[in-house]
Design a protein around this ligand. Structure first.
Ligand code: SF4
Length: 357
């Protein structure tokens, strides 16, 4: 990782030292963090502390050294090492609505004496009674009432609204880069364990972009799929004259829809449910954000790669499927494929591309 990349990530790395150790709860994916905060705990997304580490590749290797398979998703191995490195003793693990690798990871933690709390999304987003039941169970496990968590939602809504504005400034005003958008939205999974501090940082960022000149790139791209593990995708795209105006799953972490209750909020969140809800959201963004092409990022060894076939069938835009295994820079073959894809989009245009104002 270059010094610049480390500097870009640093503001987003939660300072675990500032929290009492027995209050930190690791999360393996986005869960209703309002419940965790309401109970007086500090949610820390294990994915974020893994990927913001100065040596994320080393963390993957460390997990392999103690027996996690080479042909398993690197996010799983990174999360394992993050727990070990930071001595995290309590974990909420998503066992339905993410992947079976996470379920197995939870079993590894159990075998090592780490307290784990399972959380399951319903199979269907319309099964709100199942979701409510899971939320109540999670609240009970953490010793808080579900209704208190609904109160906490109001504070989180305020923080989330700043991130929604950062997202809007990315595609509507073109003053926020795709990489900044990615970092802010992906960090909403745990709001760095401190929603007040996170909200303040977001407010300062919004002030800092108010006088910016709009980005003049003419190609507008969407990045869909799970957040990319590779380091330099966004700077490389920018060097090719591409403005990433949509980060699909990261935006979902920010809970982009207006909602009155936690059940409504987490049933509209598309990530844990079927691909068809995700496709509706993607199609709407393509139209609203005037997107010219899509990069579908797929993690090596992830079941979500299978959905590429459905995505290609439904979305009528150029799509590049990008597969990556470990943290680190893009390799030469990936760069060549991206360059060829962007050239292809440019050549498809019969009229000169114009900057969208
Ligand atoms: S990338 Fe896929 S396999 Fe890896 S943790 Fe996420 S859902 Fe599971």
């Amino acid at each position: 990782m270059t010094k610049q990349q480390v500097n870009n990530l640093l503001p987003f790395l939660p300072d675990l030292e500032k929290f009492p150790k027995d209050k930190i709860v690791g999360i393996t994916s986005t869960i209703p963090i309002e419940i965790v905060f309401a109970a007086g705990y500090v949610p820390i997304d294990l994915n974020n502390i893994f990927i913001c580490d100065t040596s994320p590749n080393r963390m993957v290797e460390d997990a392999e050294l103690v027996g996690l398979p080479r042909n398993t998703c690197a996010w799983i191995k990174g999360m394992y090492s993050a727990v070990k490195k930071h001595g995290i003793r309590k974990i909420i693990s998503v066992i339905q609505g993410d992947c079976s690798n996470n379920q197995a990871l939870m079993e590894v933690f159990v075998s090592e004496g780490i307290e784990t709390i399972p959380f399951a999304y319903p199979h269907s987003k319309t099964d709100t009674s199942f979701l409510r039941d899971q939320m109540e169970k999670l609240a009970a496990s953490l010793g808080v009432s579900y209704l208190k968590a609904e109160e906490t939602k109001k504070h989180l809504d305020w923080v989330r609204s700043s991130i929604h504005e950062i997202d809007r400034l990315t595609w509507a005003e073109n003053v926020v880069t795709g990489e900044e958008n990615h970092l802010w939205t992906v960090s909403t999974s745990d709001v760095m364990g401190d929603f007040e501090a996170f909200g303040e940082l977001a407010g300062k960022f919004l002030q800092s972009v108010s006088g910016r000149e709009p980005i003049k790139h003419v190609i507008r791209l969407g990045v869909i799929g799970i957040p990319p593990i590779c380091e330099d995708l966004y700077p490389f795209l920018s060097s090719l004259g591409v403005h990433v105006v949509f980060n699909e799953i990261q935006r979902q972490f920010s809970m982009p829809y207006q909602s009155d209750t936690l059940v409504e909020q987490y049933s509209r969140y598309t990530y844990p449910y079927d691909i068809f809800s995700r496709l509706e959201d993607i199609q709407e963004a393509i139209h609203q954000r005037r997107i010219h092409g899509i990069i579908h990022y797929v993690q090596s060894f992830c079941h979500r790669h299978i959905q590429d076939k459905i995505i290609r069938k439904i979305i009528r835009l150029p799509i590049l499927t990008l597969d990556c295994d470990r943290p680190g820079p893009l390799d030469g073959a990936m760069m060549t494929r991206i360059e060829a894809f962007i050239e292809m989009i440019k050549s498809l245009k019969t009229e000169p591309l114009e900057v969208i104002k």
